[in-house]
Design a protein around this ligand. Structure first.
Ligand SMILES: Nc1ncnc2c1ncn2[C@@H]1O[C@H](COP(=O)(O)OP(=O)(O)OP(=O)(O)O)[C@@H](O)[C@H]1O
Length: 282
């Protein structure tokens, strides 16, 4: 059973075709990067898998851990239940700024406790301990009592990861979580994602602007171009030269200056067809 199975997903916004016939399986425990130039459809795809958008047209469907999330442009009855297992991290707006960090992490319990307790902010000692343990996992437990607005961008992203841990998410969707961070903070956030993937077996799908992070942290990369999957396979194959072949001038957006090798690497396969994925997608 796949963690995520997307079949024939298309999405149009007015006349703009944001996604075109996307089919994609992600196996449980995989850490997959989604890359592509600005406007290629990364956020739109993630929002569909999170159940925040509905596909356009009849044939498309998305399953999460074997349960149907949406079909033919409609969310299913199971969507709510599925969302409890899916943590979502955005580039910004991850936390309620005026609330303490601990409260933001406790919000991860909301899907599993009676609504009145959530509304009144009544959390048990065990729930608070779980939230503190999650903050310790992402190494920011000392910030628990601070207002979230006082955290750095990287700390905010790690608090959002802690919230997903408290939520008990089996799938973590991270939409450009490091786009606004300095390189050191970006590295910490990517390391944290890789660690929870490795240690907790949480499936991670992370959209990234820079391919270097995909190569370093994600064994598999799915590259989008104009709403179509242009590549799906090992991240190590994504050399600057191959990216230029895939994206032309737009590849500049995806390559950090230090990605540029001093000596040109061996040329990638000439075909633009999708190489064999190196990972199970059952
Ligand atoms: N709500 C919307 N209404 C209209 N058009 C949209 C909407 N959301 C996305 N689009 C369009 O769909 C296309 C894909 O957008 P998307 O945000 O998914 O790309 P992206 O790869 O995530 O880009 P970026 O890296 O800049 O965030 C773009 O042309 C965008 O303008």
């Amino acid at each position: 059973m796949a963690a995520v199975s997307v079949q024939g997903l298309s999405k149009t916004f007015g006349k703009k075709q944001a996604l075109c016939d996307i089919s994609l399986d992600v196996a449980p425990g995989e850490m997959v990067a989604l890359i592509g130039a600005s406007g290629s459809g990364k956020s739109t795809l993630i929002r569909h898998i999170a159940g925040l958008e509905r596909g356009t047209g009849a044939p498309c469907c998305i399953d999460v851990f074997g349960k149907r999330l949406q079909e033919a442009g409609k969310l299913t009855r199971e969507a709510r239940e599925i969302r409890r297992e899916v943590g979502v991290i955005f580039q910004q707006f991850n936390l309620v700024n005026r609330l303490p960090v601990l409260t933001n992490v406790l919000i991860g319990h909301l899907g599993r406790i009676p609504a009145w307790r959530g509304t009144l902010g009544f959390f048990s000692r065990e729930e608070k301990q779980a939230a503190m343990a999650s903050l310790a996992r992402v190494s920011i437990d000392e910030t628990a009592r601070q207002r979230s607005s006082t955290l750095s961008g990287g700390q905010q992203q790690r608090a959002a990861i802690a919230r997903a841990l408290v939520q008990g998410a089996r799938l973590l969707l991270a939409d450009e979580p490091i786009a606004s961070l300095d390189p050191a903070s970006a590295k910490r956030v990517m390391e944290t994602l890789a660690e929870i993937n490795r240690q907790d077996g949480i499936t991670v799908v992370v959209s990234l602007h820079q391919v270097e992070y995909a190569r370093r942290y994600c064994p598999r990369t799915v590259a989008l171009r104009d709403g179509v999957i242009a590549y799906d396979g090992p991240s190590t194959a994504l050399t600057p030269a191959f990216l230029r072949e895939l994206y032309g001038e737009a590849s500049e957006e995806l390559i950090l200056p230090e990605d540029e090798p001093a000596v040109a690497p061996a040329p990638p396969p000439r075909s633009r067809s999708v190489p064999e994925p190196a990972f199970a997608t059952a």
